[in-house]
Design a protein around this ligand. Structure first.
Ligand code: Q46
Ligand code: ZN
Ligand code: ZN
Length: 318
């Protein structure tokens, strides 16, 4: 397979785009496309300050690398979850993230959950009702809370995450199977700022996971190959598997599933205001849901009482 642009050996063939590119032209293409998506969805401008949520994985580190190369002002935030799982998952991912930032002279905020709250994520999960089964719900809630907090305290304009197309399509499939109107309303490449919380953007939302893996590889980014040990058996992994089967038969199916959804929203499919039964802290205020500041942490929540994170932490410290 040859590169469409220069005829050198291609490092990737993207069947859905009918495009093969070499190790020089592929990263260039990724950067151009990212810039195009940032503009198309009006994610942010060069004068704004971005906070990139980095986990040490290929997506978030590639995203930070791309934004840095494109000349955006992007600092990082890494959250130490205290997950070991026999592979020193958190230690390794933190080391690789710090190394990445140091090599490029980028500023990284590190928040260690155990240092800050007295317990690791698996420990909090064991101490609360949310821990029944897997620590993922505790983990997700805590990460959202901490990212919002760091973005707010550092007066960042935008909180940027490395969700790729596989993540977005899997989330969309899950929300569609249950017709979760609240979540469907809020799934978007960019969400506006809400009550003092930063705008949220996902510049990689149209890239396949394999494209990001290829970008990290050809750019020489050292990332953690292992998935979080708690990822196995999650619904998201299951939906990704189903979508990969579909993609195998019909190249481009994943992309078209996601893009048709965005188009349908733009055409007014979800213009009705939905009420939602989702977790209060996931809410962005989309759909006209009334938000109140949490009396303990100040972050927006749908109930006039404490937010779900503060309620959970009250159980842990009790
Ligand atoms: S890090 Fe946390 Fe994920 Fe690990 S514990 Fe679950 S949610 S799987 S993205
Ligand atoms: Zn080429
Ligand atoms: Zn709170």
């Amino acid at each position: 397979m040859r590169c469409r642009k220069c005829d050198h050996k291609a490092v990737i063939n993207m069947r859905q785009h009918k495009l093969a590119l070499c190790k020089e032209h592929f990263p260039q293409w990724v950067m151009e496309q990212t810039e195009r998506f940032i503009r198309k969805y009006r994610m942010f401008e060069r004068h704004e300050r971005l906070l990139v949520a980095v986990s040490g994985g290929k997506d978030s580190l590639s995203l930070w690398d791309i934004l840095w190369r494109l000349g955006y002002q992007a600092d990082g935030v890494y959250i130490g979850l205290g997950i070991d799982g026999g592979i020193s998952y958190s230690d390794t991912s933190q080391r690789l993230t710090e190394q990445f930032a140091a090599q490029r002279g980028l500023q990284l905020h590190v928040v260690d959950i155990q240092e800050e709250y007295g317990s690791t994520i698996p420990q909090i999960a064991n101490l609360t009702y949310r821990g029944q089964g897997k620590p993922c719900s505790v983990c997700g809630l805590t990460k959202r809370h901490v990212m919002n907090r760091v973005a707010h305290q550092g007066a960042y304009d935008v909180l940027v995450t490395g969700h790729n197309l596989d993540d977005e399509a899997a989330m969309l499939l899950g929300n569609t199977l249950t017709w979760n109107a609240g979540y469907l309303l809020r799934q978007a490449p960019v969400l506006p700022a809400l009550q003092g919380m930063a705008r949220k953007a996902k510049p990689l939302c149209r890239f396949y996971e394999r494209e990001m893996a290829a970008y990290a590889l050809v750019s020489g980014i050292e990332y953690i190959y292992d998935e979080c040990p708690h990822a196995a058996g999650t619904k998201s992994i299951y939906y990704k598997g189903l979508l990969n089967q579909l993609e195998e038969e019909r190249p481009g199916a994943k992309l078209s599933f996601y893009l048709s959804f965005l188009q349908a929203k733009e055409n007014g499919l979800f213009n009705e205001v939905f009420s939602t039964g989702g977790e209060a802290d996931d809410l962005t205020g989309a759909g006209g849901v009334a938000m109140h500041p949490c009396p303990t942490c100040g972050q927006p929540t749908t109930t006039p009482a404490e937010c779900a994170f503060c309620r959970m932490m009250a159980k842990v410290t009790r």
